[in-house]
Design a protein around this ligand. Sequence first.
Ligand code: NI
Length: 175
Amino acid sequence: MALREIITAPDPRLKIKTQPVARVDAEVRRLMDDMLETMYRAVGIGLAAPQVGIAQRVIVVDVAREGEKPQPLRIANPEILWRSEQLMTSNEGCLSLPEHYADVERPAEIRLRYLDHENEIREIHCKGLLATCIQHEIDHLDGLLFVDHISALKRGIILRKLAKMKKSRVLAAAQ
Ligand code: NI
């Protein structure tokens, strides 16, 4: 396994259209494992392939709490089969928008179909944090960030701050 670099917003690579994988082969499995390692190192609960510059429909998730047994999910070609009418608001963050959080409303429960790391079709019912996290990661596969769910005003503030932070990092590195 190897760590990959996490792309932070604003960046056009976070807006790309992703392609389904033909099948989960050794290369896709390696990507999933690298993404999990990268996510754990960054202390995140989910990561999508576009965040490491790969335009494929692959996500990894682990919502186990600290001290609990890890529950890694390796997911390719996720498909939401059903969404509850009941909504839930969560304060979301994202490894690509470091240090920014906002309340986002999404369906509270979903039914998900995907290919696992052995290329087997699986279906799971998700609620709570897991449902929120999976919907957030699937958004990444469609070029959406959690800030795309909030007002343009708040989104603008966050993205401008992140752009400024990036610029100052580039300047600092050049000195
Ligand atoms: Ni994210």
